[in-house]
Write a new protein. Structure first.
Length: 243
């Protein structure tokens, strides 16, 4: 990470517990403005817990989070209004609502704040996701897995995020669709959106990211430029299918 790029998100010694079980045991990471940072690791390592804690969905037992140079608001809706958005692993779409209505809900905080430009953002989302435009009046519950992921990302973009957190965006998708999703993720960097990407597909994540962290048993065990991690013997052996 270049020192000239300011940090949008700084996490220092973050601890999260479920009862007496410590899910995160002192995680520290940085996401510069406009960068893609990935967190990889095995199931149960604490990756999703990290995102939920950053979003304010889980209480932190210790450590510090700074977003935009200050402590984030405690309420989830205030974090969304400040440009911090999460696309959860399960996507959490409204299946009985149309694609368009799901997208419009993503701009709710902006509309509530009096931003009259919010509804127009849907045209930008349609330009990025032409398939969603084609299915604008289709119910979200009838979409394919790849289309649902596009809709979940598009809905988050309606909030005009400064930092977009993606939890396992390739989960359950066919390889061809996975490539398309990661192409879209890479294109978001060009628009200035910073991305914190949690992903089990380590190969794809490291190819698209600028920087990466490897989390195991709730702690960061490796960190570095994504290209360097992709060549690290430990990462190759554990996550890239090497011997």
């Amino acid at each position: 990470m270049t020192p000239s790029v300011p940090a949008l998100l700084e996490v220092e010694d973050l601890h999260v517990r479920y009862g007496r079980v410590e899910a995160l045991g002192g995680v520290s990471l940085t996401v510069p403005a406009g960068a893609i940072v990935t967190v990889i690791g095995p199931n149960g390592a604490g990756k999703s817990t990290l995102l939920n804690a950053l979003m304010g969905l889980l209480p932190c037992a210790g450590g510090r989070i700074r977003y935009g140079g200050a402590a984030p608001a405690s309420a989830v809706e205030d974090r969304v209004a400040a440009g911090l958005c999460l696309v959860p692993e399960k996507r959490e779409l409204f299946a009985s609502m149309t694609v368009r209505d799901n997208l419009l809900l993503g701009a709710y905080a902006r509309v509530r704040a009096g931003d009259r430009r919010a509804p127009a953002t849907i045209d930008e989302v349609y330009q990025r996701f032409p398939r969603l435009h084609e299915r604008s009046e289709q119910l979200a519950g009838t979409l394919s897995g790849g289309e649902r992921q596009m809709l979940a990302i598009g809905r988050a973009l309606m909030a005009r995020p400064r930092l977009l957190m993606l939890d396992e965006p390739s989960l359950g998708l066919a390889p061809l669709i996975v490539r398309e999703i990661f192409r879209i993720v890479a294109s978001l960097r060009e628009s200035g959106v910073a991305i914190l990407l949690v992903e089990q597909n380590a190969r794809a994540a490291l190819q698209v990211a600028d920087y990466g962290y490897v989390v195991e048993t709730g702690m960061v065990v490796l960190a570095g430029a994504a290209a360097q991690l992709a060549r690290d013997e430990r990462v190759v052996a554990s996550y890239l299918g090497g011997a």
